[in-house]
Design a protein around this ligand. Structure first.
Ligand SMILES: NC(=O)c1ccc[n+]([C@@H]2O[C@H](COP(=O)([O-])OP(=O)(O)OC[C@H]3O[C@@H](n4cnc5c(N)ncnc54)[C@H](OP(=O)(O)O)[C@@H]3O)[C@@H](O)[C@H]2O)c1
Length: 246
């Protein structure tokens, strides 16, 4: 069962990749979308159009003031948006062999939670469903990457994964409805007809509901899965971790 009633959705980090794919589909489905972007022109260029149901706000995902500006429902007074999709990610730096901003994801999620708390303190109602996009290799309930990929994930990606863990823990301990989406290795390319498998964990109950191991998934198909199962979803994935892969 899916819910297609129009939502107000905040996107953080949708200029490219998984976020852009989710945003494009949400706009086509008629949802009201707000996109917080450091460089709005980059988003507009990648989107290729300027739909009337999109408001782009220039700002930073780590700025409390910028997030508070974007979290308010555009047509319902004193109400928070219905849904937030955060796909912020830092660029890989070949010289440093790690990411440019090693605390980006954790900092952005902490700030988002603070913005929600402050707005609630100011009398705003609503309980947004917040989606944080993360990575496989982070499960504390067993190996969630194929054996051949494990060494690479548990060594080279240790730094970026620590940041993702901070982000995930913010959501696990939050007062909002949340879903963490752990994508396997992300690839480029258009939408495919490949079957997307999704494993489910309930970290707060310490339980693996189902395990799906795989090597890759594209950014485009990850956005498709998030749109179909979370934006249009029936609540099955609320307060769960989804591991998505081909
Ligand atoms: N690479 C992998 O194989 C892999 C696997 C699993 C998960 N992930 C993670 O999945 C997420 C999505 O990946 P992706 O490849 O789709 O990401 P991406 O294309 O690199 O997009 C990241 C987005 O974050 C935005 N951003 C960066 N810093 C920001 C800030 N301070 N404020 C606001 N926006 C900011 C970027 O916008 P601008 O730079 O245009 O401002 C961009 O739109 C990332 O967190 C990534 O680390 C990656």
């Amino acid at each position: 069962m899916t819910s297609s009633s129009p939502k107000a959705i905040l996107f953080i980090g949708a200029s490219t990749g998984v976020g852009l794919s989710t945003l494009r589909r949400s706009l086509a489905a008629g949802h009201t979308c707000i996109a917080l972007a450091r460089k709005p022109e980059r988003l507009t260029e990648n989107l290729g159009s300027a739909p009337s149901n999109l408001r782009i706000v220039q700002g930073d995902g780590k700025s409390l003031a910028d997030l508070k500006r974007c979290l308010t429902h555009p047509s319902q007074p004193k109400t928070l948006v219905d849904f937030v999709c955060s796909t912020v990610g830092s660029t890989w730096n070949m010289k440093k062999m790690t990411i440019d901003d090693p605390t980006l994801c954790g900092d952005a999620m902490k700030t988002l939670m603070r913005a929600v708390a402050e707005l609630r303190g100011e009398g705003y109602s609503g309980n947004p469903h917040v989606v944080g996009v993360s990575s496989t290799g982070l499960s504390t309930l067993g190996r969630d990457v194929p054996l051949l990929q494990a060494a690479f994930y548990y060594t080279l990606l240790k730094g970026p994964h620590e940041d993702k863990r901070v982000m995930e823990n913010e959501l696990f301990n939050s007062t909002v409805r949340w879903t963490v989406v752990r994508c396997s290795l992300l690839t480029d390319g258009g939408e495919s007809t490949k079957r997307i498998r999704a494993g489910m964990e309930d970290p707060n109950a310490g339980k693996v509901e189902s395990r799906e191991l795989g090597y890759t998934i594209s950014r485009e198909d990850s956005g498709k899965w998030i749109f179909e199962n979370l934006v249009q979803g029936d609540g099955t994935w609320v307060n769960k971790v989804a591991t998505i892969t081909y």
